[in-house]
Design a protein around this ligand. Structure first.
Ligand code: GLP
Length: 248
């Protein structure tokens, strides 16, 4: 694991943006696995800025996102498709047909999951998967207890995730109760993982994920078994817990 400890959120966003840019520059037709949530917003802003300066080109890049809420279509401003379009895709030269999210409106959710697995495989897998970390250790929407051997599947969101995500909705009742998410197996198959963790409220869970037991009760703990993880975190989230990795 490589760890970058940054001063604050903005610094973490720039460091993570540098790493994603390097991936795109080294392999212009790479497959990026992307994430939503508040954590990567600054990273997307930074990439847009560099794109506008002409420093990075997305015309051959292909993307797959981790997850989507069941029942929301892309015109709903709480859907992850809407998030990705408005925070990133609409501002760069990526081809929309090269951007993929699970289909939240497919009535047959099992079919939506199978279709998404096929898309990921047809692209040859993910070169670099960006991840945020849920307060209960979830990655994507793989909640505590999620089996490590699953590909894309439907999940019932836990109460803590519904509570945490209600800040984006008019009321807690509007938060969808289910989502389609890439599974732990899909995430573990990506060639590289870029995990971004910021803020003091994530300090305990990121420590548990990397220094606690590897268990489905802390889904992110599976990353201890991935051989190419880059962790970008600010001082508030990492404290001195990861200092022994800093000189690698
Ligand atoms: C959400 C998303 C995750 C995200 C996590 C943390 O539920 N499904 O992909 O990483 O929560 O979100 P935030 O970055 O807002 O803390």
């Amino acid at each position: 694991m490589r760890v970058y400890k940054t001063r604050d959120y903005d610094h973490a966003s720039r460091v993570a943006a540098n790493i994603l840019s390097a991936q795109v520059i080294m392999k212009p037709d790479c497959v990026l696995g992307l994430a939503t949530g508040a954590t990567p917003e600054g990273l997307y802003k930074q990439l847009i800025e560099w794109y506008k300066k002409g420093d990075i080109d997305f015309k051959k890049v292909r993307t797959v996102n981790l997850d989507e809420y069941v029942g929301l279509d892309g015109s709903n401003d709480q859907s992850y498709r809407y998030f990705m379009d408005s925070h990133f895709f609409n501002h760069i030269n990526i081809k929309k047909e090269n951007t993929n999210l699970p289909c939240g409106t497919e009535k047959d959710t099992e079919k939506a999951c199978k279709d998404y697995n096929k898309i990921i495989k047809s692209m040859g897998g993910v070169d670099m998967q960006l991840l945020g970390l849920g307060l209960n250790g979830h990655i994507g929407f793989n909640e505590p207890g999620a089996a490590f051997d699953k590909e894309t599947h439907v999940v019932d969101l836990s109460k803590s995730t519904i509570d945490a995500n209600s800040r984006f909705f008019a009321s807690i009742d509007d938060v969808p109760k289910q989502a389609i998410t890439m599974g732990i197996k899909s995430i573990m198959q990506s060639k590289k993982v870029l995990l971004m963790v910021t803020g003091e409220n994530k300090r305990n869970i990121v420590k548990e994920a990397f220094f606690g037991p590897i268990t489905p009760n802390v889904p992110a703990s599976v990353l201890q078994l991935h051989n190419d993880v880059i962790l970008v975190g600010d001082e508030a989230a990492l404290g001195d817990n990861f200092d022994k990795y800093l000189d690698l």
